[in-house]
Design a protein around this ligand. Structure first.
Ligand code: HPA
Ligand code: ZN
Length: 333
């Protein structure tokens, strides 16, 4: 039996993959302040401390309001590059060797920013990540589910010019009241164009949203999915089909999905044989990057070294890497 110091050492050293990370959610207060000055964009905060003290959320919607407001400072290709590069430096520190990142084009195009500006800034930083650190990555474009399907179709059309950079499409933003069936036609069109699909489901929303994401949106992964334990049949199906659930423990606490980390259901999910792994979601807002998420969760849920190993193996198995690259990482764990 290893003690917790050994497990923390293991977490820090082992190569990891991250599958649920919103690049706009890695915007640290320091960079937000710098960009607000560089672009002369007013933000309703006078200092970095004021920004940080505003990060007290009661649910997903209360977070999204601040998160979209923060994104307003992102204007130029250089801004998107800087944002992504800062996240990559964190990956390098945390020994994340592969990352699959979300971006929310509509939160920028709705402000008049060009799609090309966003994707090119992100993509250039990811290419540099590969050449400087050997970090590999995929980009997943998320649709904002509070918007109408029609406006999402416009964005899908723009993404067609960037199929070389964007591997898949996802669904994020305000979950309750915006069910998967609202986007059935959109996801069908995306699949026809060759994109893989994922969706946030069962973060705050009911198990039915997970069912519908599987059946209507044909997703390969469920983002969050922590509400699945309320439905026994759903759990059986997720296990049988080996559907990954990209769980984000610190996010769930900050957004009050669970009252405290000790009461998070990750260990229960793991013990049932669900394909779960740990991710940081929006680390600049939720108090920690991947290693912090893993370490805090290990301590709170008393995870064993074997539990942690399975979480890390799952992070590679569930990625969109090709099989031989997956196997090569798995053999190193
Ligand atoms: N849920 C839904 N939308 C989001 C999230 C999330 O956790 N993070 C950024 N956009
Ligand atoms: Zn998310």
């Amino acid at each position: 039996m290893k003690n917790s110091k050994d497990i923390i050492n293991y977490i820090n050293k082992i190569p990891k993959s991250e599958l649920h990370l919103h690049i706009e959610g890695s915007l640290e207060p320091e960079l937000m302040f710098k960009l607000s000055k560089r672009n002369k964009i007013e933000i309703p905060f006078k200092s970095i401390e004021e920004i940080k003290s505003a990060y007290n959320f009661s649910n997903l919607d209360s977070f999204l309001k601040i998160y979209y407001q923060g994104s307003n400072v992102l204007i130029t290709e250089e801004d998107f590059f800087d944002l992504t590069w800062e996240y990559i430096l964190r990956c390098n520190q945390d020994n994340i060797v592969h990352t699959e990142i979300f971006f929310d084009p509509q939160s920028h195009t709705e402000r008049g920013i060009k799609f090309n500006t966003i994707i090119n800034g992100i993509d250039k930083a990811l290419k540099k990540a590969n050449s400087e650190f050997g970090i590999t990555s995929k980009i997943i474009m998320c649709f904002l589910r509070h918007l109408e399907e029609e406006s999402c179709f416009d964005i899908l059309k723009q993404a067609l010019n960037h199929k070389d950079k964007i591997v898949g499409v996802g669904l994020d933003s305000s979950e309750k009241g915006n069910p998967p069936q609202k986007f059935k036609n959109l996801f069908e069109a995306a699949i026809k164009e060759g994109f893989v699909t994922v969706a946030h489901a069962g973060e705050e929303g009911p198990p039915e949203y997970i069912w519908d994401s599987l059946n209507l949106l044909k997703v390969k992964r469920i983002d969050h999915g922590v509400q699945c334990l309320k439905d026994k049949k759903l759990v059986e199906t997720l296990i049988k089909k080996n559907i990954p659930l990209t769980v984000c423990p610190l996010s769930n606490i900050k957004l009050c999905v669970f009252d405290k980390l000790e009461n998070h259901n990750l260990k229960k999910m793991l013990d049932k044989g669900l394909r779960v792994m740990v991710n940081s979601d929006d680390p600049a807002y939720f108090g920690g990057y991947l290693n912090t998420n893993l370490i805090e969760t290990t301590k709170a849920l008393n995870l064993s070294l074997e539990d942690v190993k399975i979480l890390i193996e799952n992070s590679f198995k569930s990625s969109f890497l090709d099989e031989s690259t997956k196997n090569s990482w798995l053999s190193k764990i």
